[in-house]
Design a protein around this ligand. Structure first.
Ligand SMILES: Cc1cc2nc3c(=O)[nH]c(=O)nc-3n(C[C@H](O)[C@H](O)[C@H](O)COP(=O)(O)OP(=O)(O)OC[C@H]3O[C@@H](n4cnc5c(N)ncnc54)[C@H](O)[C@@H]3O)c2cc1C
Length: 408
């Protein structure tokens, strides 16, 4: 019987298995999960910072799902090697499983900078369920929280810390929050929202040392500031897990290199989600860290495995929850030359529409789900939304979406 092995059982890997069965794949599916618990949702780990007593609500699928769908979930099993010649994956020295199709969904891990004091107690990263439990436990007694990195995870955690009354400082080496993920316009809005909640930002600076005796007591910055801290979250990005692939001879370059069908340099071997560098934007390779990207990649690969090959061409979208703001982004903002602000209601909700040469690139919305949903459709169908449409105060994105013929 044909076998598909999936390495990594998170948003991407679990979705490949689920999609294969939805597409009536009748072969064996082996889902190798290095982590010992049932696969879970990562986004809640940095938001309503998880209640350590209730991890159950985080499960991606109930345990019965894997049984019913005849998906062999190998919990706590790390794949140590891939033998491309023999078409087997190895779990340690004892066990090898042959495959016809192999999907690398190995994701990413938190980047840990080499700073003096990085191993002190209460200096933490946030990627996994145990990380979130440690962070939640440390937060209970913390007064002075320092977040290193003003990216999405850093800011989400800063919101939790500030909202629960901790003195919270965010330090970033760049000049503004979310330099990679968000336009300067929307980033400024988020910064102001955090500042209104008491968060202090230090930009163009970094941490040179973490002080403490067993547990952290302070951080020293490059510019010479000493900031009290009894909890430090290090949230300076991730490193894609490519080592297994590279050791097997699969090409990688800031992510496992794949083509438009998400196939690696080897036929029948795919990479998806956070670990995959795929062609987009006219050929430039992108690695996107989002649930939507991982799950859409998964569906594309499942289709290839069942013989319905199609190129990956989905519009990226992302969300983040901070305080009472739901930020939703459709598209990618880089390269825009015009940002048009559209108030969405009387409750302060709004969206930025970002254009390049009058072509819509991205919509960043706060508490404006109508704009977000319409933006996804407008972008994916190639509808001709122009800056002039937004000049009309009666502009309704949902109406526009329904009335326009598709250009794609
Ligand atoms: C705290 C947090 C909050 C987030 N919030 C959001 C959000 O609000 N919205 C959003 O869209 N995205 C969010 N993300 C990002 C999102 O979670 C990731 O993009 C997504 O998890 C990527 O899924 P993945 O399957 O590619 O990889 P991962 O989730 O990284 O999973 C990879 C899995 O592979 C396993 N693995 C690796 N190597 C092996 C091996 N050799 N053998 C067996 N198993 C292996 C790992 O242990 C891991 O479980 C958040 C991420 C974090 C950490």
């Amino acid at each position: 019987m044909e076998t598909t092995v999936i390495i990594g059982a998170s948003h991407g890997g679990v979705q490949v298995a689920a999609s294969l069965r939805e597409m009536n794949y009748s072969g064996r599916i082996i889902l190798a999960a290095e982590e010992p618990h049932l696969p879970y949702h990562r986004p809640p780990l940095s938001k309503a910072l998880l209640d350590p007593a209730q991890p159950d609500g985080l499960m991606l699928r109930p345990s019965a799902f894997y049984e019913q769908k005849d998906i062999t979930l190998r919990l706590g099993k790390r794949v140590d090697a891939i033998d491309l010649d023999k078409h087997v994956v190895r779990f340690g020295s004892e066990e090898a499983i042959g495959f016809d199709h192999l999907v690398l969904a190995t994701g990413a891990r938190a980047r840990i900078p080499q700073i003096e004091g990085i191993n002190l107690r209460n200096v933490l990263t946030l990627r996994t369920l145990p990380d979130a439990k440690s962070l939640a436990a440390s937060l209970t007694d913390a007064q002075d929280v320092v977040v290193l990195g003003a990216g999405m995870i850093g800011l989400e955690f800063a919101a939790v810390a500030a909202r629960t009354g901790r003195r919270t400082t965010v330090i970033d080496a760049t000049s503004r929050p979310l330099l990679r993920g968000l336009s300067p316009e929307m980033a400024q809005h988020l910064q102001q929202m955090h500042e209104a909640n008491g968060v202090r930002f230090i930009f163009d600076d970094g941490i040179t040392a973490i002080e403490g005796n067993e547990a952290v007591t302070a951080v020293m910055t490059k510019s010479g500031q000493r900031i009290n801290a009894d909890l430090v979250l290090v949230a300076v990005g991730v490193v894609p897990n490519v080592e297994l692939a590279v050791a097997a001879g699969i090409e990688a370059d800031n992510g496992i290199v794949v083509d438009t069908h998400l196939q690696t340099s080897h036929e029948g071997i795919y990479a998806i989600g956070d670990c995959a560098a795929f062609p987009a934007n006219g050929g430039n390779r992108l690695r996107i860290e989002s649930v939507q990207n991982a799950t859409d990649h998964a569906r594309t690969v499942a289709a290839s495995i069942v013989g319905k090959r199609q190129p990956f061409n989905k519009v990226p979208w992302f969300w983040s929850d901070q305080y009472d703001a739901k930020l939703q982004i459709a598209g990618l903002w880089n390269g825009y030359d015009q940002a048009i602000l559209r108030p969405s209601g009387n409750d302060g909700s709004f969206a930025y529409y970002l254009f390049a040469n009058d072509k819509l690139l991205c919509v960043e919305a706060i508490n404006a789900p109508g704009d977000h949903v319409a933006a996804r459709k407008i972008l994916s169908d190639g509808l001709d939304l122009r800056p002039e449409h937004l000049a009309d105060p009666r502009f309704d994105p949902k109406l526009f979406m329904r009335q326009q013929p598709s250009h794609s």
